[in-house]
Design a protein around this ligand. Sequence first.
Ligand code: ZN
Ligand code: ZN
Length: 878
Amino acid sequence: MNKPLILPKVYSPKEVEDKWIKFWEEKKLYVADVNSKNPKFSMVLPPPNVTGTLHMGHALCFTLPDIIARWRRMQGYNVMWLPGTDHASIAVHNVIEKELGKKGISRKDLGREKFLEIAWEWKDKYGRLIVNQLKKLGASLDWSRERFTLDESFSKAVRKVFVDLYKSGLIYRGYYLVNRCPRCETVLSDIEVIHKETKSKLYYIKYPIMDSDEFIIVATTRPETMLGDTAVAIHPKDKRYYKFKNKKAILPLVGRILPIIEDKSIDMEFGTGAVKVTPAHDPVDFEIGKKHNLQQIIVIDGGGRMTEKAGDEFKGLDRLECRKKIVEKLQEKGLIQKIEDYIHNVGHCYRCDTIIEPYLSWQWFVKIKPLAEKAIKVVKQGKIKFIPPNWAKTYFEWMYNIHDWCISRQLWWGHRIPAWYCSKCGEIIVEMEAPNTCPKCTSSEIHQDEDILDTWFSSALWPFATMGWPEKTPDLKKFYPTDLLVTGFDIIFFWVARMIMMGLRFAENIPFREVFINGLVRDFRRQKMSKSKGNIIDPLEMIKKYGTDALRFTLAALAVPRMDISLSEERMAGYRAFANKIWNASRFVLMNYNQEKLEIKQEELTFPDRWIRSRFNQIAKEINQSLREYKFYEAAEKIYHFTWHEFCDWYIELVKPNLKKHNKTSLSVLVKTLDGILRILHPFMPFITEEIWQKLPHEGISISLAPFPKFDSSLEDKEAEEKMEKLKKLIIAIRTIRAEHQIEPKKKIEVWINIPEEKSKSLIKNNIEYIKTLINAEKIEFKTEFPSEERFLRNITNNWEIAIPIKGVLNWKKEISRIRREIEKTEDEISKLEIRLNNPKFIEKAPSEIVAQTEERLIELKEKLLKLKKNLSDISIS
Ligand SMILES: [Zn+2]
Ligand SMILES: [Zn+2]
C-alpha cells in the first residue's frame, strides 16, 4: 500500500503562492494558442499606468476577469487574456518633474531629449512594479503577449490612426479656447476637468462710461481677466441699461475703450446683468467675441502667469497674486462697489486638482460626432452589452452630447503628433513618417509639432493595436473582437466609449461583446477610501496578512452588481478561516487515502454518498449559471456554504463510520467530491486549490487546466436530498438539547422519538448508526408516549417529538436549580434594560446605534427566558 500524501498541519499562503506563480509562468500555462481548435475566449486587461502601485480598485478589476478567465479555461475554451501597461503621460511627468524639482531643475532646463531619456530609464526601473504586483494577485494573463502603449508597433498604430483620421477630415487643428492646467502645463480635454462646487467671491467692479460721470457695474469671479477685456455686454431686453446703448466704457487700470454690446446669451439674473467680455479667457465670452468680432487679448499664459499684454505692473505675476493686486488697486480708486461670497462650480485638473484656466491656443481635435453615431448604434442593437444594463444609459447620455475631443498635450512623454510645419510656406504635413521636404514648396525647413497626443488617444486603440494592427495578424483574426471587458464606471467615457468608436472605425468590428462594470471599493462604512481619511485598505498588506486567496474570495463575494463594495478586514479574516477549513478538511481526506485506485460501485453507495453527490451536482449547475451571469457574489456564496456547511459539517462526519468499515466507494466519493470542490473554487482561490489538488489523484499538470464540474443528470437524487434534510433537522434538534442543558460532549445519551408516520421510522432505522455517531447516543428508541414518572429533556422537529431521559445524563435537582438561577439572572437583566429603555433621557441622549443595540438585546433575552422556562417545565414533573 502507498503512503498517504500529507499536507502540512498549517496552511501558509505565502509559500504556496510563490511556488505556483512561478510554476504557472514557467510552464506557460496561460499562453494562448492561435491554432487551437477550441472555441476562443479573449479579453484585454485594462492597462494599469506604469507609475501605478496596486490598489483595491485594481485588485477588484483584475480578480473578477481572472475568475472568468480561469473558469472559461477549465471549460475548455482557448483563453487569451492580454496584459500590458499604459505610458500615462501626465502621471510620469508628475513623478519625474517632482524629482527634478528637488534638485531645482525644471523639465525645460533639461530639454526634451534628455527628459525622455530619464523617462525611459524610470520606466525600465519602476514600470515592472505594477506588473509584479499583478502576478501576486494570481491573474492568469498571457505574458507572452504583454504590450506597452509606447512600444514601436503600438506607436505605428497610433500614427496610422492619426493620419487616417486627419486625411478623412475627422482630425483638425484649430484655434480655440481649451482647458489648461497651469501646474501640469498642458491642455486637457473636457472630461479631464472635474467641476467642483467652490467657495469664492463675486467682485462688483465699476467701469466708467466714456464722456459721463456714470458707471456700468459688472460682476466677475476672476477680476484678473479684466486686463484682457475687449467689451462690456448686456442683454438687449434689459431695460436697466437702455441708457448705455451705443455708448462706450473705459476699462479701469488699463484705459482701454470698450464697446457696450448687446447679446442674447447674457443672463440678466447674474450679478448686475452687465458683464465684462474677455474672449481669450472665458468660453462664453469666446463665443460672444466671435459673433461681435472682438479682439482676443491673452493676458494669462499656459503656466498661469500674467503675460506682457497684462501690462508692466502685472506681467509675470501668478494669476491669483494678480487678482489680489488688482482688487487692491480698484479699491484704492473706489471702483469696487462690493464683494460678495459666492459658491459656484470651478473646473479642476483631474490629475493634480489645480484650478483650470481657459486658454486660447492652437490645438488638435477629433471631430467625434460621426464616430459616436456608429458607436451608439452597436450598443442600441445589443452587439455590445453593458452589465449591469443600466450603464448603457450613462453611455448614451454622454455619446448623444459629445463634443470634439482636444487631443494635443504640451508634454513630452507620449506619442508625438505626426504633423510637420513648413517654415517657408506654412504647409501642414501629416504623415506616418517624417518628410524630408515640403511637398508644396520643396523647402527642407520643416519642423515637427512639439505636442504629444492625449494618453487616452492611444488607449482607445488598445484592443486591436495590442494584437498587431494595422498588420492583419493571426492574433487579430483569432481573438478580435474580444469577449469581455471588466472595468470601472469612471472610465466609461475616457476609455470604453472611445475603444468602441476606434474599434469600429479601424478594426472594422466592435472591440468587445460584453462590458462588465464593477462597483467602487469603499470602506466598511461605505465611505470612499482616501489618504486624507486614512481608511485605505492596501491589497498588498492584506495579501501578506490573509493570503491572496482570501483577498480574492472577499472581492468576489462582495461583487454585487450595481452596488459599491464595502470592504472590511473582518470579511477577509473570515475567508482566511475558510481557507483553513478547506485545508483541514483536505488533510482529513488525505490522511484517510492511501492513493489506492478510486472506484464507485453503485451497490456500495451509502445514503450520505448519494446525498453529497446529488448536492454537489446541483451546486455545480448553479455556479456555472451564476458565473455565466457574472454574479460573482452568488457563486462565491454558494460554494462557500456548500463546502463549509454541507461537505465539512455533515458529509465528513457521516463518512467516518464508512471509512472505518473500509468502504472503498465512500472513500472514492469523498476524494472525488473534494476534487470537485477544489475545481469549483479554483477560479476564486487559485493557490490553495492548486496546492491541494496536486496531492490528490489527478490527470494533467495543473488544476487550472482540469475540466470545470458541470451538471450530470444521472447524479441527481432528490429523494436522498429530502431525506437528508429530515435527518439533519433531527440531529440539530438533539444537539440543541445537548447545548442548552450543557451536557458534556463525551456523555452518551439515550433518545426517544415519537414519530407518527412509518416511513420516517424506517428512514431513521436505516441511518441509525450515522445519527448515533453525530449526536453521541448509545440508544435511539421509538415510543408512542413517554412515561409520566420519568423526567425528560424535550424538543420537537419535523413534527416528531424528541425526549432524552435525564437519568444518568444530568442530576435533575442540580439542573433545575441551574435553570432557575439562569432564569433569575435573565429576568434581572431584562428589567434593567427595560428601565433604561423607558428612560426618556437615555432615548434622547444615547447614540441611535446604542439604543438599537439595547432593544435588540432585550428581544434576545426575552426569547431566552421563554426557552429557559420551557426547559424548566419539561424536566419538572407536575
Ligand atoms: Zn494638473
Ligand atoms: Zn513649404
